[in-house]
Design a binder for this molecule. Structure first.
Ligand code: GTP
Ligand code: MG
Length: 199
């Protein structure tokens, strides 16, 4: 898909702020610092659109980006941010759960797993939570630039096994740094948008 326009629309902090306008949406989910904002930027070809940082906890709200005036890309705060206090974690859970309560089952979830680290117990929890809500999920195994090509298949197999992902769900190696996998991920995203618009 050709990205003609991509613009920041809104930061949602609570239930009144979520966007529900019938446009299809794709949500980027994963551990803090896994590279959600970077991947969103790379897909849209705009480096500074979503704010990124080497320090975990950069994205704090649910951020909406309007693509080609037709679709939403939604950048979520990451989970598992070790330094976050109890209060911050509660806020995170409230925001993210509030978001998913209204976005699912309709939205496509791009779940990011760090290819260098592998799937963590929190990733397993998140995956089960999202599947339980009926989400259509694509797993993006990211930071694949840190993994030698010869190990990709083994890494993908391990992530699939740890998360308990069956073969019907695509698992795509990607890198926001090298651009690896963008075409495949766009393929999955576009297919979702087309299906969503048929309904
Ligand atoms: P939160 O907003 O805190 O949840 O983090 P995030 O998941 O949005 O991560 P972000 O995109 O801010 O990136 C975190 C760090 O990982 C930054 O230092 C990025 O440069 C780095 N990073 C992101 N994607 C990649 C990648 O594909 N490869 C490598 N090597 N580094 C990456
Ligand atoms: Mg972020």
């Amino acid at each position: 898909m050709k990205v003609l326009t991509a613009e920041f629309f809104r930061s949602a902090h609570g239930s009144g702020d979520y966007v529900r306008d019938g446009r299809p949406e794709v949500a980027f989910v994963g551990r803090s610092n896994v590279g959600k904002s970077s991947l969103l930027n790379r897909l849209l070809g705009q480096k500074g659109l979503a704010r990124t940082s080497s320090t975990p906890g950069r994205t704090q709200a649910v951020n909406y980006f309007l693509v080609n005036r037709r679709f939403w890309f939604v950048d979520l705060p990451g989970y598992g941010y070790a330094k976050a206090g109890k209060e911050a974690r509660r806020e995170w859970a409230g925001r993210v759960e509030g978001y998913f309560a209204q976005a699912l089952p309709g939205a496509l979830v791009v779940m990011l797993v760090d290819g260098h680290v592998g799937a963590t117990p929190l990733d397993v929890q998140a995956y089960q939570y999202l599947s339980g809500l009926g989400a259509e999920i694509v797993v993006a195994v990211t930071k694949i630039d840190k993994v030698t090509r010869g190990r990709w298949t083994a890494v993908a197999r391990e992530v699939r096994k740890t998360l308990g992902v069956d073969d019907s769900i695509p698992l795509i190696p990607v890198s926001a740094r090298s651009g690896e996998g963008m075409k495949d991920l766009w393929g999955a995203v576009s297919a979702h948008f087309e299906r969503a618009q048929e309904n």
